[in-house]
Write a protein that binds this ligand. Structure first.
Ligand code: AMP
Length: 421
């Protein structure tokens, strides 16, 4: 299928063609036609599948047909997102797709002054992209009115639930006209999301792409078993200059992320930390520097990293193992976006083996173990004795491995498709 067949507004088609979109991704091919016909939708899709365009294009398509001249802009589309990062990300996408039309999108979120947002809302907006808390604030102040909303989207509903936003979401959705069209997207559809969907959607079309227990096949996943105290040293071994283009590293805590960023800086890497204790301005600065490849290593916590969308991210590194299988899926979904290939490396210490077990059970296979590093835990201490056949392995200095470039060494350390920074 190509985009022409979807009968999108010609100005949208021109914008996405210029952006190099040739074919709709599976979720776009399946969601856009029923959405253009006015159906409600319940979508289960991983991040990186192109789900933003799946809801943004039909919205822009509809609003681009509304007259522009002689009409005061009213909020006709609403997108709710759990974090400001995701809200900004969605707004970026809207700006790209609607840039040739008169449709105007605005993102509002907490942690920054209301004043500028209010001024922009008063100038007129077609699509409002919002985090629930800030939206409720502005609704209470009567700055935002939602009684003309025709299309509403709830994005990453499972994250809304995790973050305790569900009551806010319900309150907001109650203030929308009953005649609206509603779309709900979630990486997973646990029972509470199912119930929420039942209360908000009318006879929805259900679409599931890339089943949630099968990680995107374009991601090369590996696990490194090692002691916690060796993680930093392994990281510096792996992040040798010219071996990666950009790496997103996940740390469990904000302090841990800061600590690691500081350590890598001292080692001479252009690195930055990205988490909830940083000001909005600081986060934007670091993220822009990372996108522009001025910073090559970004250390983030999970909540902050939701919605980060970076082209050509070559590596995701789980410095600390993710606490849940869903988090693992979200993290590794940051690489290999829209068809590119990427690598996901997980550092697993003995204390974290149960987390690895849960992930492997979820994805249905054992993650290949990388045995070609200096900190491999000896076989008699390894948890997975079966897969550690080629052990025991003595700790070797990095240089000696480097001289002896085995095939597996080359496989492990060379990114496959990305140009080096
Ligand atoms: P999403 O899952 O919406 O976060 O999208 C992931 C990435 O895929 C974003 O960088 C989009 O710009 C990109 N993308 C979305 N749809 C397409 C498409 N049809 N062709 C190429 N890239 C796309």
């Amino acid at each position: 299928m190509n985009f022409n067949e979807l009968q999108l507004h010609p100005l949208i088609l021109r914008a996405i063609t210029e952006d190099g979109y040739e074919h709709p991704t599976p979720i776009q091919a399946r969601a856009i036609p029923p959405l253009m016909d006015g159906n409600d939708l319940l979508g289960s899709a991983q991040t990186g599948t192109g789900k933003t365009a799946a809801f943004a294009l039909p919205m822009i398509h509809r609003f681009a047909q509304m007259p522009n001249k002689g009409r005061a802009k009213v909020i006709s589309g609403l997108v709710l997102a759990p974090t400001r990062e995701l809200a900004l990300q969605i707004k970026d996408n809207f700006d790209r797709y609607d840039r040739k039309t008169h449709v105007k999108a605005l993102a509002i979120y907490g942690g920054t002054s209301k004043h500028n947002q209010i001024v922009k809302i008063k100038r007129g907006v077609d699509v409002l992209i919002a985090t629930p808390g800030r939206l409720l604030d502005l609704m209470q102040m009567r700055v935002v009115k939602l009684d003309h909303v025709q299309m509403a989207v709830l994005d990453e509903a499972d994250q809304m639930l995790d973050m305790g936003f569900i009551d806010d979401v319900k309150k907001i959705m109650k203030s929308l006209p009953n005649t609206r069209q509603t779309m709900l997207f979630s990486a997973t559809i646990p029972k509470p999301i199912e119930r929420l969907a039942q209360s908000l959607l009318k006879s929805p079309i259900r679409i599931e792409v890339a089943p949630q227990n099968r990680p995107l096949e374009t991601i090369d996943q590996e696990v490194f078993m090692l002691r916690r105290e060796n993680k930093k040293a392994l990281l510096t071994d792996l992040l040798k200059p010219n071996q990666f283009s950009s790496a997103l590293i996940f740390a469990r805590t904000k302090r841990g992320a800061d600590h690691l960023a500081h350590y890598l800086k001292k080692k001479g890497y252009f690195s930055g930390a990205y988490h909830g204790d940083k000001s909005q301005r600081e986060r934007e600065r670091v993220l822009n520097a990372f996108k522009a490849k001025k910073i090559h290593v970004l250390i983030a916590t999970d909540v902050a990293a939701r919605g980060i969308d970076i082209d050509q991210l070559s590596h995701v590194i789980n410095y600390d193992m993710p606490e849940t299988k869903e988090t693992y899926m979200h993290r590794i979904g940051r690489t290999a976006r829209a068809g590119a290939t990427g690598r996901a490396w997980s550092f697993c210490s003995p204390e974290e083996r149960h987390l690895l077990s849960a992930i492997q059970q979820h994805i249905g296979f054992k993650l290949p173990q990388n045995l070609d590093h200096a900190y491999v835990i000896p076989a008699n201490q390894a948890w997975d004795k079966g897969s550690a056949k080629s052990q025991p392995k003595k700790k070797k200095p990095y240089g000696s491995r480097h001289k002896n470039k085995s095939r597996s060494y080359q496989k492990s350390f060379k990114p496959k498709t990305h140009k080096y920074a």
